[in-house]
Design a protein around this ligand. Structure first.
Ligand SMILES: [Zn+2]
Length: 189
């Protein structure tokens, strides 16, 4: 229970419920969870191309010949990649920075996977970079830094994910920043 309660979002009550559930569970079912936890620490690593989390290297996305290897979406974390993948709409590949530039937290460009990104660009196969960093001050700062670096590759166009009103939301509940982005990013209909 103490170990379970250390997990994010799990309080003592939930830890208790999970522990009793595991006690009742058939041994092979409980061992599946134990094996999965061990695998996370022994078999999962970062893809040597895009730095996504993977068991095989390169990862399934980098190794997929049906995806456009000339379009690369830059994201901060593997979970951002997962969110974009869940749409099923994106057919390019990714580059995971494993963080964002944050002077306050002492995270500098050299702490991210920017060198590897520059090597990918230097190989000459990339036509477009899509900035998929978070629309926060630090995410925007990171995107600006990358944009200036990518400037040395004039054949690469740099785009960024649209921002503004979330689908299914109401204008009256949107905050000022979201509305400002929505006005600035308006499109022809
Ligand atoms: Zn990969």
């Amino acid at each position: 229970m103490n170990e379970l309660a250390r997990l994010p979002g799990i309080g003592m009550r939930s830890a208790e419920r999970i522990a009793f559930y595991l006690l009742k569970e058939r041994p092979e079912e409980a061992m599946k969870l134990a094996d999965a936890i061990r695998d996370v620490k022994t078999r999962i690593r970062n893809c040597s191309v895009c730095y996504n989390l993977t068991e095989a290297d390169p990862c399934a996305i980098c190794g997929d010949a049906s995806r456009d290897q000339g379009v690369v979406c830059i994201v901060e974390q593997p979970k951002d990649l997962l969110a974009l993948e869940s749409t099923g709409l994106y057919k390019g590949v990714y580059h995971v920075l494993l963080g964002r530039i944050s002077p306050l937290e002492g995270i500098e460009p050299s702490d991210l996977t920017i060198d590897a990104l520059m090597k990918r660009l230097a190989s000459g196969t990339i036509r477009e970079i899509i900035m998929g960093t978070n629309p926060t001050m630090e995410g925007d700062g990171t995107a600006l830094h990358l944009q200036s670096l990518i400037g040395q590759f004039p054949n690469v166009s740099v785009t960024r994910l649209a921002r503004g009103l979330p689908s299914g939301s109401n204008i009256e509940y949107a905050n000022r920043n979201i509305l400002a982005d929505a006005i600035a990013g308006r499109q022809k209909m």
